[in-house]
Design a protein around this ligand. Structure first.
Ligand code: SAM
Length: 253
């Protein structure tokens, strides 16, 4: 699939719709809207906002393979996305940050569960950000924002009520400092959900050497200032499901 032509068509189509709407609401004979009329803002591009030159990105085919892997149909059998969303007990109006959102596997499910709230999907990979942003534009999803982040800074919105991190922590170099930064960015009382692969030989998941044993994971998070609220080992067959809170007075060690 060729991304750029599709993205260009989507952007053109949306620009056309914006112009058509402006023309509809303009009184007869009034001048066409200016290029940066505040009532008709240009479409946000999360990559341009962070100064990324999109001409230098990898061929999309490589990212597509990773996206296909993350979105593969048989993942649902053990990833149990509906059970995961239900386990977050969302009221529907929260702000949720999906850190390291990848293809948006959970992002778009959370968006449906938050009709009065919003999801902020973040990732360090511009290709993934472009993929999610493209889906947001083409599907007209109003409650998903997309943010490109830095490997050392999760850049979590301080308004976040829930931060969700699935299969990401084992990818992060310098995870102690990264988790401390995450904790410093979250408001007191906010919830953090962490999913990582369980130890031992499993049909899914990364090599044993890169997995983080649960006790170590809990200790890392507690050292970063989080309090363990619940451990649901039964929820997912191959992954831990841990919920933490950022206490009113966080004591990062
Ligand atoms: C295995 S994928 C998981 C994607 C998604 N959470 C899911 O469950 O489908 C890991 C993702 O984490 C992202 N990632 C790696 N290091 C990161 C970091 N330091 N901050 C944010 N995202 C990161 C990668 O770019 C990748 O998209």
């Amino acid at each position: 699939m060729h991304r750029r032509p599709i993205l260009a068509v989507a952007v053109l189509a949306l620009s056309f719709v914006a112009l058509a709407r402006a023309a509809e609401s303009a009184p007869a004979g009034s001048p066409a809207p200016a290029a940066h009329d505040p009532a008709n803002p240009p479409i946000d591009c999360p990559l341009h906002q962070r100064g990324v030159n999109t001409d230098t990105l990898r061929p999309f085919a490589e990212t597509e393979k990773y996206i296909e892997f993350l979105e593969r149909a048989d993942r649902a059998a053990w990833q149990k996305p509906d059970a995961v969303v239900a386990a977050l007990h969302l009221a529907g109006s929260e702000t949720l940050v999906d850190v390291g959102a990848g293809s948006g596997y959970f992002t778009f499910r959370f968006a449906k569960a938050l009709p009065k709230g919003k999801v902020i999907a973040t990732d360090i990979d511009p290709e993934m950000i472009r993929h999610i942003h493209h889906k947001v534009l083409t599907d007209g999803i109003a409650n998903v924002k997309v943010v490109l982040t830095d490997p050392k800074d999760p850049r979590v919105d301080p308004a976040a009520d829930v931060v969700f991190v699935c299969d990401v922590v084992h990818h992060v170099d310098g995870r102690e400092a990264w988790l401390r930064k995450l904790s410093s960015e979250m408001k007191p009382g906010a919830k953090l959900v962490v999913i990582e692969f369980k130890e031992g030989k499993l049909p899914e998941g990364p090599p044993e050497a890169v997995k983080i044993p649960k006790a170590k994971l809990v200790s890392l998070l507690e050292s970063a200032g989080f309090s363990l609220q619940s451990d649901r080992p039964e929820l997912l067959p191959y992954q831990t499901f841990l919920t933490f809170t950022k206490p009113a007075k966080s004591a990062a060690r």
